[in-house]
Design a protein around this ligand. Structure first.
Ligand code: PLP
Length: 222
């Protein structure tokens, strides 16, 4: 039992090139399992609930990089801002403004990804092309304490991998557009967060730089 996380990480890392970041999605999982992954060298962890971040982060080594990957309510930004290496899920101007404000208060420039709506399901959060074209110039001009380092997206929850692949291509196109229109002089705009346990290999083929893998590392969530 106790070697299974190490084995899973090794197996997954063998499929991931060095320039791609593996974010181990540890939501709902107890500290013991995160510690086990840590002992195997894993440093990037993804969580989707504020409460879990504020409980886990202080209890684990300080060199862990915490990724916030879930829907984030503006009123809770203040609680997580000291802990987050990267917020993947910026899906409104209101949230971006709040992150900027709270980052300024703690003297930080917060790296963020804009979450794009690429799935066919209308239940998923995310921005569209028009939102992107408004938000990026606004952030670059007005917000001194956030840095938009890339885009994130979640594909439709489906077994149809052709559909998943085409949704990843849409995200890559958004990224290429934003890069050439707004970030040509900003090499930090470089991240495409896409791919989960079931589809990260496809995501990497389509240009992902950051994969968010949970159940393949830690086992199914209850
Ligand atoms: C839970 C979650 C993941 C990981 O999903 P797995 O299928 O367990 O790999 C990735 N991204 C987000 C946004 C999630 O909420």
């Amino acid at each position: 039992m106790s070697s299974s996380i190490a084995e899973a990480l090794q197996r997954i890392n063998e499929t991931i090139p060095n320039h791609i970041t593996l974010v181990a999605v540890s939501k709902t999982k107890p500290l013991e399992l995160l510690k086990e992954a840590y002992r195997s060298g894993q440093r990037h962890y993804g969580e989707n609930r504020v409460q879990e971040v504020i409980e886990k982060a202080p209890a684990l080594p300080a060199d862990i990089k915490w990724h916030f990957i879930g829907h984030l309510q503006s009123k809770k930004v203040k609680q997580v801002i000291q802990h987050t290496h990267l917020i993947h899920s910026i899906d409104s101007k209101k949230l971006l403004d709040e992150v900027n404000k709270r980052a300024e208060q703690v003297n930080k420039v917060q790296d963020v990804l804009l979450q794009m709506h690429i799935a066919q399901e209308d239940t998923k959060y995310g921005l569209d092309q028009q939102d992107l074209e408004k938000l990026v110039p606004y952030a670059l001009k007005e917000l001194k304490n956030v840095r938009v380092v890339g885009l994130m997206g979640m594909a439709t929850f489906t077994d149809n991998l052709d559909q998943v692949r085409s949704e990843f291509k849409v995200l890559k196109n958004h990224f290429d557009m934003a890069k050439s229109n707004y970030f040509q002089d900003h090499s930090y705009f470089s991240e495409i967060s896409m791919g989960m346990s079931g589809d990260y290999l496809i995501a990497m083929e389509e240009g992902s730089t950051m994969v968010r893998v949970g159940s393949s590392i830690f086992g199914a969530r209850g």
